[in-house]
Design a protein around this ligand. Structure first.
Ligand SMILES: [Zn+2]
Length: 116
């Protein structure tokens, strides 16, 4: 489900970057398979998307095993999005999609600066 928060620029950026960095996809389309879900971390605040990887060329649809092309896509997304976002692929339960969430780290640096 899509909620209002998904349309805010910092959240929409996840989709722009997913499209910009996408490898060759069988249907040439970046699919969002998950948006808002209650009780699931950043999904419950509308600050995360799950991106389909089943349409990545070479992805094994039988075993759903770790796929290097998908891993590179996730790394490229992380690189472009920067440290205020977390891109997850390859962890348990994260082999059939790329999870990406907005998770700004500014508060941590403010705390660290105050401690000096
Ligand atoms: Zn997710």
């Amino acid at each position: 489900m899509i909620v209002g928060r998904h349309f805010d620029p910092e959240i929409r950026r996840i989709l722009d970057v997913a499209r910009e960095t996408a490898p060759k996809l069988k249907d040439n389309t970046v699919w969002v398979t998950g948006g808002w879900r209650p009780g699931e971390g950043k999904h419950s605040s509308g600050e995360a998307f799950d991106i389909r990887v089943k349409n990545v060329e070479g992805f094994n649809l039988v075993t759903f095993e770790y796929n290097e092309t998908v891993a590179k896509w996730a790394r490229d997304m992380q690189k472009l999005l920067g440290s205020d976002y977390d891109v997850i692929y390859g962890a348990p339960k994260h082999l059939n999609h790329i999870h990406c969430e907005y998770d700004p780290k500014e508060e941590i640096s403010i705390i660290l600066n105050a401690a000096r």
